[in-house]
Design a protein around this ligand. Structure first.
Ligand SMILES: Nc1nc2c(ncn2[C@@H]2O[C@H](COP(=O)(O)OP(=O)(O)OP(=O)(O)O)[C@@H](O)[C@H]2O)c(=O)[nH]1
Ligand SMILES: O=C([O-])CC(=O)C(=O)O
Ligand SMILES: [Mn+2]
Length: 578
């Protein structure tokens, strides 16, 4: 393999550039060995065996979870680190107040000092990958250099990794360069740096997904959003799902919710029984990232650039997400979950068994906190999802009928409302807020503004980003309608007002009816809202529950509007009703 690649590298210009970069990085980081990944089963098996031997992967019960592994991360390395994530542009204004900024020369010097000699005693892996179907004009390639075999086996699931990606890089001539090292896993020596003007990423000191699987947030969101603006498309923190009605019509919806706020769950929704019996089906295209661009017909066409799911484990159960539970029964890498006595993975919300070991491998003791880390994750191939849509592989993507924004808000925000037009929809997305979650380090449960769920992921200035969104409203555009939802509203006792999960299909049905012009709406404060009976009730869903979840309180909305007008920093610190 290596010999073949080296001879190819000397003929193709982009492969020559790649080989030269690998050499340069190897000279800096001084690994014991260099391995070019081909993405084969044999290579994967070897990596898994090596990690089993050194204890970084623990095999799970082969009878209940064949091909499944547990990885326990360093206890200080369990989530994204937004305070250590930078966008390094020549002008600080290009990165915007929404990003931490560092001058490129300073950032390179800082990172290269950290990378010096950091791979001694380790293997340097070269990981070519493609984000999106390998034959799609919307797809983009990158190469991640890493010293973490855990990153390699995860990238193999999350992207189209290996030889086909290398072939595409050779043809295209451009690729994103991502350099990653675990370093010492020291939180004081940890940085995630983006150089959008150089299509380069440098990440040091973390092995956690969002910081280390560079194809995901670093490439497919931060760098891609920059490229998307230059090239007239959108790179968004959105799920994509298809909803098929009993007549066989399929509508595709893209939805942006902040981290750990329900994208995976909505993308894999199992319809309530009455809907299933009537013939409704849900098709999963993506659960985290959506790249979309206007087609010749004026519609927005979307692909999921990922090939797998890096999903939140806690809360996943036979009730909340049966598709996910089936999907992660085999060939799955679990990170920071608890274990039962017979080595099955376990987390809070799964069932009422009591685990034997917590996520750190200690004998489980409730006094130590949750058994699974609240941001414990599974990595699994998208194709294992029972609702996987074959359209995920369509080079041209799927046409988007509706865009949905949503946050985790205990009060104020009703179950659903519709934006009056595209510009209002952009405003609704730009002003959305959500309670912080365990997906990033820092305090959980604080309401913060998180425009379009892109606060941690937009690679450039938010004002420019909103202007870019507005620019899609041109003559001839067939833009999706825009909606806002909230599954997380609570009553005075702190119970969710809305059952959520599969029941969310009732709201999606209304959204599709609005897209098709089949139902009326009334103009209420926040936007257009369902008229009485607009959202379908049923045996398990009373009209009263729907009404309660739809209520709008004028006083709450005045406070909400006032908060929306505050600046970033202020908005984050101001107490608004959750
Ligand atoms: N109450 C309620 N909770 C939900 C609903 N959907 C999801 N959740 C909870 O939200 C949490 C995480 O949701 P995910 O679907 O994994 O989040 P995500 O948006 O895919 O997150 P990232 O992968 O971090 O981007 C879990 O605790 C779920 O139980 C819902 O409809 N109602
Ligand atoms: O980036 C990650 O590690 C997981 C994720 O989807 C998020 O935090 O939104
Ligand atoms: Mn995400």
């Amino acid at each position: 393999m290596n010999a073949v690649l080296k001879s190819e590298a000397s003929t193709g210009t982009s492969l020559a550039a790649l080989a030269a970069w690998v050499q340069e990085v190897a000279a800096l980081t001084q690994p014991d060995a260099v391995h070019w990944c081909d993405g084969s089963d044999a290579e994967n098996r070897k990596l898994l065996e090596t990690m089993q031997a050194d204890g970084s992967l623990i095999p799970l019960n082969p009878d209940t979870h064949p091909g499944c592994w547990l990885h326990r991360s360093h206890p200080d390395d369990v989530a994204r680190v937004e305070h250590l994530t930078f966008v390094c542009t020549r002008e600080s204004t290009a990165a915007g107040a929404n990003n931490h900024w560092m001058a490129p020369a300073e950032a390179h010097a800082k990172m290269d000092a950290l990378f010096t000699g950091c791979m001694r005693g380790r293997t340097l892996y070269v990981v070519p990958y493609c984000m999106g179907p390998i034959d799609s004009p919307l797809a983009r390639c990158g190469v991640e250099i890493t010293d973490s075999p855990y990153v390699v086996v995860n990238m193999r699931i999350m992207t189209r990794m290996g030889t086909p990606a290398l072939r595409r890089i050779e043809q295209e001539g451009t690729f994103v360069r991502g350099l990653h090292s675990l370093g010492e896993l020291d939180p004081e020596r940890r940085f995630i740096m983006h150089f959008p003007e150089e299509l380069t990423i440098k990440s040091y000191g973390s092995g956690y997904g969002g910081n280390a699987l560079l194809g995901k947030k670093c490439h497919a969101l931060r760098l891609a959003s920059w490229q998307a603006r230059e090239e007239g498309w959108l790179a968004e923190h959105m799920l994509i799902l298809g909803i098929e009605n009993p007549q066989g019509e399929v509508h595709y919806i893209a939805a942006a919710f902040p981290s750990a706020c329900g994208k995976t769950n909505l993308a894999m929704l199992v319809p309530p029984q009455a809907y299933r019996e009537a013939g409704w089906k849900v098709w999963t295209v993506g659960d985290d990232i959506c790249w979309m661009r206007p087609g010749p017909d004026g519609k927005l066409w979307a692909i999921n650039p990922e090939a797998g799911y890096f999903g939140v484990a806690p809360g996943t159960s036979a009730r909340s997400n049966p598709n996910a539970l089936t999907m992660i029964q085999r060939d799955t890498i679990y990170t920071n979950v608890a274990l039962t006595a017979d080595k099955q993975p376990w987390w809070e919300g799964l069932d009422d068994r009591v685990p034997a070991l917590d996520w750190r491998g200690r004998v489980y003791d409730p006094a130590n906190g949750p058994a699974a880390h609240p941001n414990a994750r599974f990595t699994v191939s998208a194709r294992q999802c029972p609702s996987w849509s074959p359209r995920s592989e369509d080079a041209g993507g799927v046409p988007i009928s509706a865009i949905v924004f949503g946050g985790r808000r205990a009060s104020t925000i009703p179950l659903v409302f519709e934006a009056r037009d595209w510009a209002h929809g952009v405003f609704v997305g730009a002003t959305m807020a959500s309670e912080t979650t365990a997906a990033a380090t820092g305090q959980v449960g604080l309401v913060r503004r998180d425009p379009m769920a892109m606060k941690p992921f937009c690679g450039y200035d938010f004002a420019e980003y909103f202007a870019h969104w507005l620019s899609f409203d041109t003559a001839g555009a067939q833009l999706p309608k825009i909606f806002h939802v909230n599954w997380f509203r609570k009553d005075a006792e702190g119970n969710f007002l809305w059952p959520g999960f599969g029941e969310n299909l009732r709201v999606l049905e209304w959204i599709i009816d609005r897209v098709e012009g089949r139902v009326e709406a009334r103009d209420a404060g926040p936007g257009l809202m369902p008229v009485e009976g607009g959202i379908r009730a049923g045996e398990d869903m009373s009209a009263a529950t729907i009404e309660r979840a739809l209520q709008v309180d004028a006083g709450d909305w005045e406070r909400e509007f006032a908060d929306q007008t505050l600046s970033w920093g202020q908005a984050r610190k101001t107490a608004v009703p959750a």
